[in-house]
Design a protein around this ligand. Sequence first.
Ligand code: NAI
Ligand code: MG
Length: 797
Amino acid sequence: MALIKDILQTMEYGPSPESNEHVVAWLGQHEAGFGHFIDGKFTDPAASESFEVTSPANGKVLARVARGTAEDVDRAVAAATRAFKSWSKLSGHERARHLYALARHIQKRDRFLAVLETMDNGKPIRESRDIDIPLVARHFYHHAGWAELIESEFPGYQPVGVCGQVIPWNFPLLMLAWKIAPALAAGNTVVLKPAEQTPLTALAFAEICREAGLPDGVVNIVTGEGDTGAALVGHPGVAKVAFTGSTEVGRIIRRATAGSGKKLSLELGGKSPFIVFDDADLDSAVEGLVDAIWFNQGEVCCAGSRLLVQEGIAEKFYAKLRARMGTLRVGDPLDKSTDIGAVVSTEQLERIGALVAKGRQEGAEVFQPSIAMPAKGCFFPPTLMTGVEPASTVAMVEIFGPVLVAMTFRTPDEAVALANNTRFGLAASIWSENINRSLDIAARVKAGVVWINATNLFDAAAGFGGYRESGFGREGGREGLYEYLVPALGKPAKGAEATKAPLNPTPSAATALAPVSDDAIDRTAKLYIGGKQARPDSGYSYAVVNPAGKTVGHAGLGNRKDIRNAVEAAAKAGSWGAATAHNRAQILYYIAENLSARAAEFEARLRAMTGASAKDAAEEVAASIRRTFFYAGFADKHDGAVHSTKSRHVTLAMNEPFGIMGIVCPDKAPLLGFVSLVMPALAAGNRVIAVPSARHPLAATDFYQLLDTSDVPAGVVSIVTGETASLAKTLAEHDEVAALWDFGSTGDAATIEAASAGNLKPVWSGAPRDWTSGDGQGREFLRRATQVKNIWVPYGE
Ligand code: NAI
Ligand code: MG
């Protein structure tokens, strides 16, 4: 007698198509085309140029949508600006009611939205129905909650203004939800541009906004291509830009917004490792891979696209994987038993094909199962490339298709080295039955999201976003909300502005004999690099002049080479980040004590250098001591969190240091400003290359001695004096500097932010603030000194 098990093996799937009758009817009602959604109304489609939207599964035209011009964007931003006035004034509770209404309306139309998404994008209905749309509703519910809590949970913060949001085609409605829900919760209004390939669910969402009674102008949707997106991110009325898409366009946007003062978050590409250790449950890991790389045809920014397998089990694992690939069903996305649908467009299909050909050419062995493939449409078979060299094209670039590349490793260290051998840092998936090993690797992988014995888990309560060239900022969770808020700061008192005039260089040898001033200790302050005083590479120093025009000392004129040396020294001091927070706290206490012991010297220095009164100088030193104690106290209290995600996981939100940070200090309060920026960065575990105020550098250079006598390991702090703008630019360009705070080259933000586009480091171009007030310290600084890594660990049954 045949066993059921055997019957299941041979059973054929019959077709089980999802009906698309309601969507077809809706598209029929819009046969004339879709206009933009501006100020609560759709514009007349006949008034715009338009383009076709097609279904990638069969090439059929689904609709025509308007091609947004700069004028359309302008009208939408104007509507959002008007709406901001009242929307931002509503109570959190009132905004929460609107977000709940949106969530409910989405749930009411979930099947419609899932079918429309599948027709437009090509993804299997099983995924749009069970993953995309439920997550969309979840996102609005979760953020309705945040709206309710915004005043109590984010005191002292306010909305940013009008947000310009540009999203890609891989999760059209989900990316819309990730952008719009937190923006509205925080009190902002938005203009969103969906991807040209997949604008239809955004337009359906616009109808939902109307139906749910959202006030006019709070959400505006302008359709179009890249130039429409460029007009939006470049619009002067936009205060915050949020982008998800390719790293290439992320860079363009970084440059386009440089110096504009716009708040920016970028969620870019990835080449995320999927690491399988020899003690993993191999069958689960194979199923994990199906979700990692064949979910959404592999068109997932955090796809587990780089398989790293421990050598001893590699062949066995590949065999299981190839067998499983043979059971994947590629076909009609509307069929409920389809695993892999259509790739989004013919361009994307060609791109994937070209990259696979390139892999073959570079020596990879290419496996594709012999499964039935549709004769027409944008379909690509599940593909495995083994024997891939770590430096080959297919191992480095994002393929964004159902293509997995595989490599082997021998030891856990080698796994980490391979995992981090990428310019990206979005996600990682770790498979091992050994919890110690899994967590050890989770800590060492440079990625914003880590899944242990799991993959591609998403939830509104957890932050999502990358390290390195995968971008910056988080979406989801408490950390995501900060992207849509700004602190309400007091007005800074009038005072010194950044030095813009070039510093007068003098050869440093000659300056040794410069006239000694009355009350300052005259010497040429050297740079401080790798725990030692160093002569500037240029061989020049410059005269430090007090407000009365008297030379009070000399400082080294640091250059590019000095910054390079400082970065090298910092790179060797990596143990600082791994030290316990308690250790760091102790060292910061030590600095504070030593500063206090030498308070009189620092006061004298400030008076001589800035012309401050005895009282003001004493206050600045006292405030610097207190501030150092503050961050010593905080070092072991900038806790992470366990997010309440929807699945059975403890989702650890860990505050990790960036690594090496550049910090350019303000002229105002030259000691307190330096301390206020360097101490939180150190407390959080970063190594710092500090550029003190160019006009008043000597309080910072005196600081060497404190660092020397306070057990600060060599290389953890380097101090390079000189022209702030050019040093800031060098720091911005440096690939190993992972984050930059620039409070010193006011007026040069455009150059410096543009220069950061290389490794896409986050740049905090700080506006002048009152360092003596509460604005000069607090969690904001610690948050800016860390990036959140979300680690999903299985928990409970
Ligand atoms: P893309 O980055 O060009 O498109 C994403 C969005 O940006 C679209 O809405 C597009 O209209 C808009 N855009 C394009 N140029 C712009 C500009 N200069 N200013 C403002 N907005 C602009 O991505 P594309 O061309 O669709 O795909 C190319 C490759 O990018 C893919 O093969 C894939 O590797 C990667 N990609 C990665 C995504 C991710 O989530 N990591 C998402 C989409 C694509
Ligand atoms: Mg493009």
